[in-house]
Design a protein around this ligand. Structure first.
Ligand SMILES: Nc1ncnc2c1ncn2[C@@H]1O[C@H](COP(=O)(O)OP(=O)(O)OP(=O)(O)O)[C@@H](O)[C@H]1O
Ligand SMILES: [Mg+2]
Length: 309
């Protein structure tokens, strides 16, 4: 009897997930094998770049133990509104065009650890997907914790038409080794790989502006070539980028001409043009734009160098 009820509940949940996600154009999982390489940084800055270019974006934070998205977007004080006796959640609007769903909004004490085993994490992510009312969106970016565990597996198995994964790595060997596992995970799950981002690719000295290869340079590109997946670009370490994130401000707005901001805007253009997709699985994604970008990162206008429009 209880199994029957569970089964019926699961079917109802799957139906709700489909209903909500059908209104979203592209759903992209941002992942890496290693912690601290910049998944959340790439997620929030990519989201800001896409919103700046006219897209509507949602971010689903599936890092339940360390939900940092809201803090980096300066909306951690946001309150989830609910309807239908708590059955429907409305994600927090970080800025016009950008919505966020995170466990951070449901925790009253930010210093309290979330001590959950796998089944609770799976249930929480499914609940986010089934009950969050995003409305119409061009993109849903899904931030994830390090690794290829419950969270990534749940996203890949639950989201009906996951557009693909973006794999973030730093250039050094230990990070690359873990990133290779993320590539193979995506392949195993039958999910397209939109590409690899090499983050912390050199440090731009705040004083003299020269580039110091603190973790090396080029490791992510080399790995992408070896594994025949697209390379999306390299984003250097810049101290003001970290400071902007700590302050919950958009680095792209604060320092639009910085090397990192330009690199992230170029990655957003590449993603939005639909040119980045691994060859092992062709999808409708290839060659199409989710929304028409309004600006080119080089000249900040509607110039002809925009790709895929
Ligand atoms: N390119 C960069 N320039 C400057 N600081 C950066 C850059 N990339 C990431 N950081 C900083 O490094 C720290 C780790 O980044 P982030 O939290 O994005 O990594 P993560 O992969 O999401 O970590 P976790 O595995 O814990 O989720 C943050 O303080 C962030 O602001
Ligand atoms: Mg993170």
């Amino acid at each position: 009897m209880s199994e029957g009820v569970d089964f019926a509940q699961r079917i109802a949940e799957d139906k709700a997930i489909r209903t909500h996600l059908d209104k979203i154009g592209r759903k992209i999982l941002i992942m890496s094998g290693k912690g601290g390489v910049g998944k959340t940084t790439i997620t929030v800055n990519l989201a800001n770049a896409l919103v700046d270019s006219g897209c509507t974006v949602g971010i689903l934070d599936t890092d339940l133990h360390g939900p940092n998205v809201a803090k980096m977007l300066g909306c951690e004080a946001g309150i989830l509104t609910t309807e239908d006796g708590g059955e429907t959640f409305y994600p927090v609007e970080a800025r016009p065009g950008l919505k966020v769903m995170s466990l951070a909004f449901a925790i009253s004490e930010p210093d309290s650890p979330i001590v959950w085993r796998g089944p609770m994490k799976i249930a929480a992510i499914r609940q986010f997907l089934a009950q969050a009312e995003w409305g119409e969106l061009d993109y849903l970016l899904i931030d994830s914790p390090p690794g290829t565990g419950d969270e990534q597996l749940t996203v890949c198995q639950t989201i009906p038409e996951l557009t693909g994964t973006i794999i973030v790595t730093t250039p050094q060997e230990v990070a690359i080794l873990d990133a290779r596992r993320s590539v193979n995970f995506s392949r195993k799950m039958g999910v397209a790989i939109l590409g690899v981002v090499e983050n912390m690719s050199g440090l731009i000295c705040p004083g003299c502006k020269t580039e110091i290869p603190i973790f090396g340079i080029g490791g992510g590109k080399k790995m992408a070539d070896q594994m025949s997946v697209p390379f999306l670009g390299r984003v250097p370490l810049e101290v003001p980028l970290m400071e902007a994130e700590d302050a919950g401000k958009s680095y792209l707005s604060l320092q639009p001409e910085s090397v990192s901001a330009k690199a992230i805007k170029d990655i957003a253009l590449l993603i939005n043009s639909g040119t980045a997709v691994s060859s092992h699985r062709s999808t409708e994604f290839a060659g199409t734009a989710a929304c028409a970008p309004s600006a080119c990162s080089s000249c900040s206008s509607n110039c002809s160098s925009r790709k895929g429009v």
